[in-house]
Design a protein around this ligand. Sequence first.
Ligand code: SF4
Ligand code: SF4
Length: 84
Amino acid sequence: MALLINDKCINCDMCDPECPNQAIYMGDKIYQIDPDKCTECVGHYDTPTCVSVCPIDCIKPDPNHKETLDQLAEKYLRLTEPNG
Ligand code: SF4
Ligand code: SF4
């Protein structure tokens, strides 16, 4: 499932450059994650790298975007397609 940044985010800028899918962007007040691009780092890393670097542990599973491992892998492949 995609991940979600909650409102405890302190905009420290740590996660944004670490995302291999460019899924993290600055929203109105805090950073946000594009669920169409977040693969939970499937295809790149063993664990979500944004969670690893976040100093306050405010990145959580997004209950509105539950996906299986297969679906995440498909999303990864879609994102890496030349025209995708
Ligand atoms: S889990 Fe991975 S793909 Fe998803 S937002 Fe975090 S760094 Fe990006
Ligand atoms: S690493 Fe955590 S606190 Fe820092 S910008 Fe990202 S979500 Fe916010």
